[in-house]
Design a protein around this ligand. Structure first.
Ligand SMILES: *[C@@H]1O[C@H](CO)[C@@H](O)[C@H](O)[C@H]1NC(C)=O
Ligand SMILES: *[C@@H]1O[C@H](CO)[C@@H](O)[C@H](O)[C@H]1NC(C)=O
Ligand SMILES: *[C@@H]1O[C@H](CO)[C@@H](O)[C@H](O)[C@H]1NC(C)=O
Ligand SMILES: *[C@@H]1O[C@H](CO)[C@@H](O)[C@H](O)[C@H]1NC(C)=O
Ligand SMILES: *[C@@H]1O[C@H](CO)[C@@H](O)[C@H](O)[C@H]1NC(C)=O
Length: 390
């Protein structure tokens, strides 16, 4: 169906696949070659995104809420992550989930309104085709039914009767209201921090560059990181630009550290990157005008505009039907250095990590190879109900 493939080499023919994915998020897509200015445009419907965490609610409603961003689905090998009303699909509930593809079984949605009136309905389980052959894949579980807009909580269950068990944890339903006033102009979703990643210098330089480029909101999904980076994350969280979403996937599954199952064994590709990126898109759907999905070692640098929002304000009217823009990656190797050494600063000597300012040389574009891309989705296109998936 739709997914995001951010890593890995793809052949030309697969570009369309990538497009499709994104599209699903937005509706439409453009392939943008920064050098050649060639645009491939594809029309298409939309979908998908990844997880939230909410502290258990006080007592507004007595429905027990999930406390973590990953919640096991009872009597199954699957997990649910977060739930959203999808206003593009007549207000159905979409639950972003992690599904064991080897133990597929019928799943049901049990959804409740504030009055604790619950109802159980069938689902359409949409497993993303981009699972890289790992057992677990990102999946959208669509609750089939009407008039779900009043629901506040939902859970996925294997019990068709949906006997209400108030010990089970429900997901609060997000995006209940379509908001046309965006809180942020530009959000960046960074998929998964894990291991003892402690690249403080690069992280700080990148965050500061994002700020200069007009980014107001950065979301990271954190499984784990090194001690110095932990402090830096707190700093940016306090400052207000950074939202940290805890992503304890390693407590439930054995996540692979890459996307190639031959080289990286595990239950799921790259710490569940496709799930977190999808969740991030839905989570920010009515919050941010533009959403960029990229890695912390990547910066999209406009060269004719002073910042990213103004780049988009030009690009978008030029391509009014486009919901997603893809931007080709280019590598600035860390083996090549700026000659004068002017960025080798004494005060950074003891800071762990890479000083990206020393690496100013770009690898020549490889015309023959497929270059991976990053996507910027424009949420105005995304949230308008004119695209009817499927
Ligand atoms: C919520 O719980 C608190 C303490 O348990 C209680 O004092 C308060 O009245 C409750 N509020 C509602 C709306 O039930
Ligand atoms: C996925 O499902 C298969 C088939 O039921 C099961 O053997 C396997 O243990 C499951 N994987 C995990 C990690 O639970
Ligand atoms: C949803 O709530 C509104 C306002 O409380 C009510 O008028 C409407 O009938 C409810 N819809 C359904 C399907 O329950
Ligand atoms: C819409 O978003 C704006 C900006 O974040 C906020 O002030 C407003 O309360 C939101 N409106 C609704 C209906 O949620
Ligand atoms: C978003 O962009 C608009 C238009 O450039 C600007 O007026 C507004 O202040 C920006 N919002 C934020 C949160 O920076």
């Amino acid at each position: 169906m739709e997914q995001i493939r951010t890593k890995g080499r793809m052949e030309k023919g697969k570009k369309v696949l990538l497009l499709l994915f994104i599209i699903s998020i937005i509706g439409m897509l453009v392939f943008m070659h920064m050098d050649g200015h060639t645009y491939y445009v594809q029309a298409h419907p939309t979908k998908r995104a990844p997880p939230p965490i909410k502290p258990p609610s006080k007592n507004k409603s007595k429905i027990p809420e999930a406390s973590y961003s990953i919640t096991p689905i009872k009597d199954s090998n699957h997990f649910m992550v977060s739930a959203f009303i999808d206003h593009r699909l007549d207000g159905v509930i979409r639950v972003i989930s992690i599904v064991n593809r080897s133990s597929l079984q019928p799943l049901y949605c049990s959804y409740c309104s504030t009055e604790q009136v619950c109802k159980t309905v069938d689902t359409d389980v949409q497993i993303h085709s981009d699972h890289f052959s790992y057992t677990y894949g990102a999946s959208d579980v669509i609750c089939k039914g009407e008039h779900m807009q009043n629901a506040t909580h939902v859970l996925i269950t294997t019990d068709k009767e949906g006997s209400v068990d108030h010990k089970m944890e429900y997901l609060p339903i997000k995006n209940k209201v379509v908001n046309e006033t965006f809180k942020f102009n530009f959000t960046i979703c960074i998929s998964n921090l894990f291991g003892d990643y402690n690249n403080v210098l690069q992280f700080a330089q990148t965050m500061e560059m994002y700020k200069l480029l007009g980014v107001q909101h950065v979301v990271v999904y954190k499984t784990s990181c090194g001690p110095d980076l932990e402090k830096l994350l707190k700093h940016y969280e306090t400052e207000g630009i950074l939202e940290i979403i805890s992503w304890p996937i390693d407590q439930f599954l054995n996540p692979a550290r890459g996307w190639n199952i031959k080289r990286h064994k595990g239950d799921i590709q790259y710490f569940g990157q496709l799930i977190t990126l999808n969740e991030c898109i839905y989570r920010n759907m009515y919050q941010s005008k533009y959403i960029l999905l990229n890695d912390i070692d990547e910066i999209i640098m406009p060269y004719k505009h002073t910042n990213l929002p103004s780049l988009m304000e030009d690009l978008q009217p030029a391509h009014p039907n486009i919901g997603v823009f893809l931007i080709e990656n280019h590598i600035f190797p860390k083996t090549q250095f700026e000659e004068s050494g002017k960025f080798k600063r004494a005060e950074w000597k003891n800071i762990p990590g890479i000083n990206i300012m020393k690496h100013i040389y770009r690898e020549p574009p490889q015309k023959k190879n497929y270059n991976p891309t990053k996507m910027i989705s424009t949420q105005e296109k995304c949230s308008k109900p004119q695209y009817i998936p499927r």
